[in-house]
Ligand binder design. Structure first.
Ligand code: HEC
Length: 198
């Protein structure tokens, strides 16, 4: 009986944290140890990316762009509007951080509109952001770094201008340091950091 409870708990925890494990057929799975870090960050990135894409398409795209029921605005509280996808992402990241999760993530850029999204808090972040920008987002960047005595696995995933409105909004924004983004350009990256020893 006890074993079943443990198995169930670990399955629920693992599915919540790493949806790619769902359907693998095992009844007992745990996030640690043995799960390659890149597999974990890849899975987390896929969920984050999909959630942002779904919000962009089915909420902002449908209600703001298509049906024109409500606007999406950076000043969404004052304007009684929908938050922008990048703001939804940042709020989720901040909520995760406030819960003392064992991992952290953020959407960053070498050319940020919001200075708190500036890349380069660490050398690995800087190198990762530059790598994905130079490679057109064809491959993620993985590295290890030690911060405050803790060893981390850090993964950097390109954030690409997939639709023209990414480019126009950023190029025309008064706080954007870059005004010549083009469709298909890497505009920034999602950085995910996981401690390796916990
Ligand atoms: C309507 C305007 C608008 C659109 C459309 C838009 N963004 Fe942004 N984006 C912003 C704003 C404003 C921020 C800053 C949000 C914040 O406060 O964190 C931002 C933040 C970002 C960041 C984090 C770095 C930064 O600039 O602060 C990235 C990367 C990014 N956007 C990429 C994209 C991509 C890729 C698309 C298209 C899929 C896109 N954006 C569409 C306005 C926009």
């Amino acid at each position: 009986m006890k074993k079943t409870v443990i198995a169930l708990t670990s399955v629920v925890a693992a599915i919540a944290a790493t949806s790619f494990l769902a359907g693998c057929g095992k009844s007992e799975v745990t996030v640690e140890p043995g799960l390659p870090f890149a597999k974990f960050t890849d899975a987390l990135h896929m969920v984050l990316d999909n959630d942002r894409a779904v919000y962009t398409k089915n909420v902002v795209g449908r209600l703001a762009a298509k049906e024109k029921v409500i606007k999406a605005s950076e000043h969404w509280t004052e304007d009684k509007a929908l938050p922008l996808p990048a703001q939804m992402f940042r709020m989720g990241a901040e909520l995760t951080a406030s819960k003392d999760a064992f991992f952290s993530y953020s959407l960053q850029s070498l050319w940020p509109i919001n200075k708190s999204n500036a890349a380069g808090q660490t050398e690995v972040e800087k190198a990762g952001l530059q790598f994905v920008a130079d490679n057109g987002g064809t491959a993620p960047y993985y590295s290890e770094e030690e911060l405050g005595g803790v060893k981390y696995f850090t993964a950097v995933y390109a954030d690409v201008a997939v639709v023209p409105v990414c480019v126009t909004c950023h190029n025309e924004h008064k706080d954007s340091p870059k005004t010549d983004f083009e469709l298909g350009d890497v505009m920034g990256a999602v950085v995910i950091r996981v401690p390796m020893d916990s």
